[in-house]
Design a protein around this ligand. Structure first.
Ligand code: AMP
Length: 228
């Protein structure tokens, strides 16, 4: 099973993907997380992508596709993949189709998490991250047990450089220009499911899970009306 999670920065994709991957035994492939780890390691790839990331720009398609292809080559010990933050451009979407075709796989479901722009800015500006385990926190909604320290690693949380407001605005513009057109691509294939991401995390999780359960049972989205 291959599931894509699409949505602007701050829509809550990472939080949902974390929980869904555990619930459904899906291997999560989050391109942002993979790249951040490489930047911390100062690997060749990390050095190459750091500048793009800091400025809120997209990493070139060829680089990102190699990252995903390499990651999927390991295979998954799980039931399938949950892709977070990929694809983000038309080129990436087409190359993903080819990649999956070669592996005899296909995309099952694409979730589009929609959140209003003022809410996105509010969420992102309060977001904090652990540089070791990359767990996310929020100064109002998801506080660590001890102020400003990661619950698991005990090290100080930081604000991502690309979560500063001026960079976030640039990332949102890029999302509208490059990624939003993909929604039509998947809508035409009847794979797209719109989710209201303004709701509480728990409610969003419940809705997404209901669609996945239905897909697992019926192999289609025919239960959509019932689930709403
Ligand atoms: P994210 O954590 O998903 O918001 O990603 C953080 C940053 O990593 C983005 O702003 C891009 O610079 C880079 N990145 C992540 N995924 C992709 C992708 N699919 N295509 C291009 N750049 C990406």
């Amino acid at each position: 099973m291959v599931i894509l999670m699409i949505g602007p920065p701050g829509a809550g994709k990472g939080t949902q993907v974390e929980r869904l991957s555990r619930r459904y035994c899906l291997d999560k492939v989050g391109t942002g997380d993979i790249l951040r780890q490489e930047v911390v390691k100062k690997s060749e790839l990390g050095v190459k992508v750091e500048g793009y990331m800091k400025k809120g720009q997209l990493v070139p398609d060829d680089i990102i596709i190699d990252v995903v292809a390499g990651r999927m080559e390991w295979g998954s010990g799980c039931r399938g993949y949950l892709l977070d933050g990929f694809p983000r451009t038309q080129e990436q979407a087409q190359r993903l189709d080819h990649l999956l075709q070669e592996r005899g796989e296909k995309i099952d479901l694409v979730f589009n998490i929609e959140v209003s722009e003022p809410e996105l800015i509010r969420r992102i500006s309060g977001r904090r991250i652990c540089t070791k385990c990359f767990r996310l926190y929020h100064i109002d909604y998801l506080k660590p047990q001890v102020d400003e320290l990661c619950d698991y690693c005990g090290i100080p949380l930081i604000q991502r450089e690309d979560d500063r407001e001026e960079v976030v605005r640039k990332r949102l513009t890029l999302y509208r220009e490059e990624t939003e057109p993909l929604l039509e691509y998947y809508r035409c294939q009847s794979k797209l499911i719109d989710i209201n991401g303004n709701s509480h995390t728990e409610e969003v999780f419940r809705q997404i899970s209901a669609y996945i359960d239905s897909h697992l049972t019926h192999g289609s989205r025919s239960k959509k009306a019932e689930l709403k």
